[in-house]
Design a protein around this ligand. Sequence first.
Ligand SMILES: [Zn+2]
Length: 66
Amino acid sequence: MTDLGFGTACTYCESDLAAYDPVFVAKQRGSERVPTGQFCNYACLSAYIDKEELVYGDACTFDPSA
Ligand SMILES: [Zn+2]
């Protein structure tokens, strides 16, 4: 298991990720990928996004009507 500096606990629920197939999130900063979170699964990732309101003001430029 790679140590990303967060230990081995889920960013959202703090469960030990060893019991799961964890999902990792990273942001690109310059040419570097900076880890921003690790989650038990997509359920914890989704709950974390809702709790932290991470999608507020974010939008993709994809336009389905184009
Ligand atoms: Zn979790």
